[in-house]
Unconditional design. Sequence first.
Length: 135
Amino acid sequence: ANAFLGKGEPGQALALTTLVMDFLQGFQKPGRISLLDKMSAALWGACALCCEKLGRRESMREYLRRAAAQARRFDAAPNSSVSELRFIFVEGEATGFDDFGRTAWEGVDRLVRENAEEYPAAAAYWEEMKHEEEG
């Protein structure tokens, strides 16, 4: 998706990101928390940035709300065990790794803040959401 954004094709970036999300959801065990929830928070955030580029402000806001909700869901009961994924068979304990952030919330926050110059509307709305959450 980053390559499409770099080429100035946010519509393609959005299409690819949502396709990846649909694929990953097939690995999610219903009603369970997994690393996919943290990944989804990141991907919802990426969708928001794509929508800002496309001029779809309400969709941008909705994707940021989804990113926040997904981040809260994961952070409330973080679980990175790959045994929580469908179609994955492990003997013993195995965990997934990501470099998105210590928590899903911190990861989405960093994604938005680090891209604030290029995506000012997303950054402003994210800050507004953070203040509402704190207050």
